[in-house]
Design a protein around this ligand. Structure first.
Ligand SMILES: [Zn+2]
Ligand SMILES: [Zn+2]
Length: 369
């Protein structure tokens, strides 16, 4: 009745191959998904060009250029001013020295050379010239700075204009990009969901199949991919809900499955339950102790049954027995040999006659009469 499970080695190989198959399914789907993901999205440059005229950027570049030129002019004017200033100081000290000499020679009543007076005069002339130049440079620097400020202001205004125009461009790009991502996710799920559904169908319908590991590998690999796609494309907020709801469904299904195992047990499970109950001298249906033969006056439960030893050699005569709690006939006359047998086990221990204890799971009535 029970299908062969194979040796330990074979079962191990099947498990290993199942895992390998699952990984391969996962990889194969991954390649397909990355091909889908390589579809090109919206181009930001094109969208930007729609909102911001290129001439605005050209204008801004031009302004930058002009400001840079003015900066250079300003630097050079300041350098010139520095040179003029140094030269003026130099002349000043020369003139002071010459004047000092003149004073000394006057005090010592030494006649002064004509040349010296000339030198003082030229120096003074050059000094004044320098001062004029210095003033001119000052003026030029002020003019350049004013021009630069004006350009800078113009550039700020222009930048503000560009930013204002960029805003809708960025919004449109974001909108198109979001739509593109949703399209990618849809394509990917369109590929994955049918595979997942087929795997789920096979897993649900072919539960007893020998090829179950194949379906398990297919389902496992695909499910992992689906979870990853959802995680990648949908915000964590939605992802949380999707995963939780999926888990909820799985847990509820499992719970229903286990509950059904108890309320609508499979024949094998039921038989196992009967076998274990008889082993412990408990009614297979209601677990009330089977107080027959030497165990008549004893008390035990499922846990303590092996510690309670019945007195030996007393009342070993086999007799029919019906559970006093639920009325199920537990030991009854065999239809084959007439001796007392377990009614809830498939075979008579004396003659081997077979019955189906599961079909007669309802309390047997009238069989003793
Ligand atoms: Zn019972
Ligand atoms: Zn029999």
């Amino acid at each position: 009745m029970k299908s062969s499970k194979g040796t330990w080695g074979l079962r191990f190989i099947i498990h290993a191959l199942t895992v390998a198959l699952g990984v391969l399914v996962y990889w194969l789907l991954g390649f397909m998904l990355s091909d889908i993901a390589s579809i090109e999205g919206p181009d930001y440059t094109t969208i930007e060009a729609k909102y911001v005229e290129p001439s605005l950027y050209e204008k801004r570049d031009d302004l930058d250029q002009r400001i840079a030129d003015l900066d250079r002019d300003l630097t050079s004017a300041r350098e010139q001013q520095g040179i003029v200033s140094a030269s003026s100081q130099n002349l000043q000290s020369t003139i002071n020295q010459l004047l000092e000499f003149k004073r000394l020679s006057f005090e010592k009543q030494v006649p002064q050379a004509e040349a010296d007076s000339d030198t003082i005069a030229t120096s003074q002339a050059r000094f004044l010239e320098n001062q004029t130049k210095f003033q001119e440079l000052n003026q030029r620097i002020a003019e350049l700075a004013a021009q630069r400020d004006a350009l800078e202001r113009e550039k700020t205004d222009l930048s503000r204009t560009i930013d204002d125009k960029l805003e809708p461009a960025q919004e449109e790009y974001q909108r198109l990009y979001d739509a593109h991502r949703i399209r990618l996710a849809t394509y990917q799920l369109v590929l994955l969901i049918p595979v997942l559904l087929v795997a789920a169908y096979l897993l649900a319908r072919r539960r007893g199949s020998a090829y179950y590991p194949l379906f398990l590998a297919l389902g496992g690999g695909t499910l992992l991919r689906v979870v990853l796609v959802i995680h990648e494309y949908f915000p964590a907020r939605y992802f949380k809900y999707i995963v939780t709801i999926a888990l909820l469904i799985v847990v509820v299904r499992l719970l229903i499955y286990v509950i059904r195992l108890i309320t609508h047990p499979k024949p094998e499970a039921l038989l196992k339950q009967y076998r274990e109950a008889y082993e412990r001298f408990l009614c297979p249906v209601c677990e009330y102790p089977i107080r027959t033969g030497p165990r008549k006056w004893l008390y035990w439960t499922r846990r303590t049954v092996h510690k309670v030893l019945p007195p030996s050699g007393v009342g070993e005569v086999e007799e029919t027995y019906t559970c006093p709690a639920c009325g199920t006939a537990l030991f009854d006359a065999c239809g084959g040999c007439g001796k007392v047998r377990h009614t809830k086990l498939p075979h008579c221990e004396h003659c081997g006659a077979e019955t189906d204890p599961v079909k007669t799971s309802a309390p047997v009535t009238g069989s003793n009469a």
